[in-house]
Design a protein around this ligand. Structure first.
Ligand SMILES: [Fe+2]
Ligand SMILES: [Fe+2]
Length: 284
């Protein structure tokens, strides 16, 4: 029995749209910081194709799910990821205009996902999805928990968008995991897959961020670049607590709901989408 059978978090896509006013974004939109701006632009560029891969991986098993709650959660998960993909594509077009290689990354990720799907079984693709959803959930909950992480994003529409995405990632963090278990995925494959993902995913992020930086003239200012790399040592996303949580996935018997996110989600849902919510006007 999974922890999720006791708790039934609602996973429902919000009908939302963001718009980025012309010239409202600085080129280095993460507090003027080179490395973080390129890294977040890169992650945004990866999301649409990545999320399409997650949807395909889960949808392939949708017919095998018998538990009605999990069935509903799968529907909600797909709806949420479709909306994330659409909104990130809109942001990625803006980032492209600002000089970020988001289109190139989109094509690259598409090719890589297709290769993975040709080479690995559907169950391994689902295990990859569950592993990457763990990464997403840990970073999403770090953003929602750590004020320093929120401060990095200033007060822009990008901040609002990433906060909304973070809430929904936390809401559906256990769906791919529970589908994997429900269709007979075992602990050996789950942990073995994460063993590869925990190196290959950060390596891809670092490599692509460097390539992206390489094409930015501002990165050729050595003092600014060194300072920006040095600042990573104090990044709220690279703390010991974050690494510990990422590592917990390797423990046999782990479940995403081992960490209660109820209060965090209640607080942020009220702040963003409640009656006085900052983003209530974005819903349609
Ligand atoms: Fe997402
Ligand atoms: Fe997700």
């Amino acid at each position: 029995m999974t922890a999720n059978e006791n708790r039934h978090p609602a996973v429902q896509p919000r009908r939302i749209r963001f718009n980025y006013p012309v010239a409202a974004l600085d080129r280095h939109f993460v507090q003027g910081d080179l490395v973080m701006s390129h890294m977040i632009a890169h992650l945004s560029a990866v999301f649409p194709e990545g999320e399409d891969f997650f949807i395909r991986s889960v949808r392939r098993y949708a017919d095998q799910i018998t538990d009605p709650d999990l069935k509903d959660q799968v529907k909600g998960f797909i709806g949420q990821e479709v909306t994330h993909g659409r909104e990130h594509r809109a942001l990625n077009e803006r980032l492209h205009e600002m000089g970020y290689p988001t289109r190139r990354i989109d094509r690259l990720v598409n090719r890589r996902q297709k290769a993975i799907e040709r080479r690995f079984s559907p169950l391994t693709c689902l295990a990859i999805t569950a592993a990457l959803e763990h990464f997403t959930a840990v970073f999403a909950e770090t953003l929602l928990t750590d004020e320093r992480a929120q401060a990095l994003l200033g007060n822009t529409e990008v901040r609002s968008m990433l906060l909304w995405h973070a809430i929904e990632e936390s809401e559906h963090r256990s769906v791919a995991f529970d589908v994997y278990r429900a269709v007979g995925g075992d602990e050996t494959r789950r942990i073995r897959t994460m063993r590869i993902i925990r190196f290959s995913f950060p390596l891809a992020v670092v490599t692509n961020t460097l390539i992206s930086l390489f094409a930015d003239r501002a990165a050729y200012h050595p003092v600014r670049l060194v300072r920006s790399f040095a600042a990573l040592r104090h990044s709220p996303f690279l703390t010991r607590a974050v690494f510990r949580r990422l590592g917990e996935y390797m423990r046999p018997g782990f479940h995403p709901d081992d960490h209660d996110n109820t209060a965090l989600l209640e607080q942020w849902t009220a702040a963003l989408f409640g009656e006085q919510g900052v983003l209530a006007g974005h819903l349609h």
